[in-house]
Design a protein around this ligand. Structure first.
Ligand code: NCD
Ligand code: ZN
Ligand code: ZN
Length: 350
């Protein structure tokens, strides 16, 4: 590859961590993601959460119905683990190809996690079953104790929850979602091949200063919250390293503009409109455009045991100004990079 290619064509990517929401927001979010990604792991944190095979099938149908005619896109559904979840329901969903994975939200850790797991010991029977049938566990890796500093919650989770789970279920495939710390990078590198991690576009670009730049910046707020610059540096190094344990997961998480710009603003960054451009910008800055394809389009499916996509998508070195706001009917959402001019533009998938 030349140093500054005018365009870059890669195998079609997938998004291994995505929030599509429901109803009117789904109508906005589904098409935007499907312009860039062929498949996505769809998070189950709806209200009420997706805990049954029937609910996941119905949600999958709503996602497909929300796409414009002819748009190829495969939603990969997940089950939301609760203290009461039934291992048989999980296994049935996996065998029927409805559930691709299960999601562990520690209760109270993030958006719509109130029905999440209060103590991982309570889901050991499900984890045992998942290990047996080869079903991946996806984790929001933060402890929730108010005594633990919010910037330390991910690092403490590694020690107090993830380490025992990996020890007790050595064959269970686990994805540590949206990692934000050098500690997680190191932990994933040191663990066996059953552990991988997703990295968002925004954690590769912002550090915690972004939350306070000239005033309080609700659109830079997500969970896990962005950390110090040195952590961002470690994430960038992991993403471009060529280590197949690190792959793309945007965690694009739309919230209405007025729900973010509030006295108690919601956590989540809506990166879907320019997700691929944002990753490309980062890889370009790091002189690693030649590693983008593996990170975006190969390591994820290999970890999940799924085929690679056949099609391609082209990124052009062209400037585009990101809109201040994305709307659909009455809905208004502020995208990541709002108002910025980016040096890359992704062509729409066919
Ligand atoms: C996500 C959301 O809004 O659903 N928010 C976020 O800040 N990442 C939930 C999550 O992924 O933790
Ligand atoms: Zn999360
Ligand atoms: Zn998420």
């Amino acid at each position: 590859m030349t140093a500054n290619p005018a365009a870059l064509t890669i195998r079609e990517p997938d998004d291994w961590h995505l929030h599509l929401r429901d109803d009117a927001m789904l109508a906005l979010a589904a098409d935007i993601t499907a312009r860039q990604f062929a498949r996505a792991i769809v998070m189950p944190n709806l209200l009420p959460p997706v805990t049954t095979v029937a609910a996941a099938e119905a949600y999958r149908d709503r996602i497909l119905a929300a796409l414009p005619q002819g748009r190829r896109f495969t939603p990969l559904m997940t089950a939301y683990l609760t203290d009461e979840i039934d291992p048989d329901e999980i296994e049935t969903g996996f065998e029927k190809d409805v559930f691709t994975a299960c999601k562990l939200y520690p209760a109270g850790a993030t958006t719509n996690s109130a029905s999440g797991v209060t103590d991982v010991a309570r889901i050991y029977r499900v984890l045992e079953r998942m290990e047996k049938i080869g079903m991946p566990l996806l984790v929001h890796g933060e402890v929730v104790s108010p005594d633990i500093d919010i910037f330390d919650r991910e690092a403490v989770f590694l020690e107090t929850v993830l380490t025992p789970v990996l020890r007790d279920f050595p064959a269970l495939k686990v994805v540590l979602e949206h990692i934000t710390t050098a500690d997680s990078v190191q932990f994933v590198q040191d663990a066996g091949p059953t552990l991988a991690a997703t990295i968002t576009a925004h954690h590769l670009r912002i550090d915690r200063n972004a939350l306070f730049e000239g005033g309080l910046r609700p659109h830079a707020y997500c969970l896990p919250v962005a950390k110090r610059r040195r952590h961002r540096t470690a994430l960038r190094q992991a993403a471009i390293s060529g280590n197949p344990k690190f792959f793309l997961g945007t965690d694009s998480a739309p919230h209405l503009k007025h729900d973010k710009e509030s006295a108690c603003g919601c956590a989540g960054i809506f990166s879907a409109p320019v997700a691929l451009e944002s990753y490309t910008l980062t890889f370009d800055e790091e002189g690693a455009l030649d590693r983008l394809e593996a990170f975006a389009s190969e390591f994820g499916p290999r970890f999940y045991g799924l085929p690679l996509n056949e099609g391609t998508i082209t990124l052009h070195r062209e400037s585009q100004t990101v809109p201040e706001i994305v709307t659909q009917g009455d809905l208004a959402v502020v995208p990541f990079h709002a108002g910025e001019t980016l040096g890359w533009r992704a062509a729409e998938r066919g």
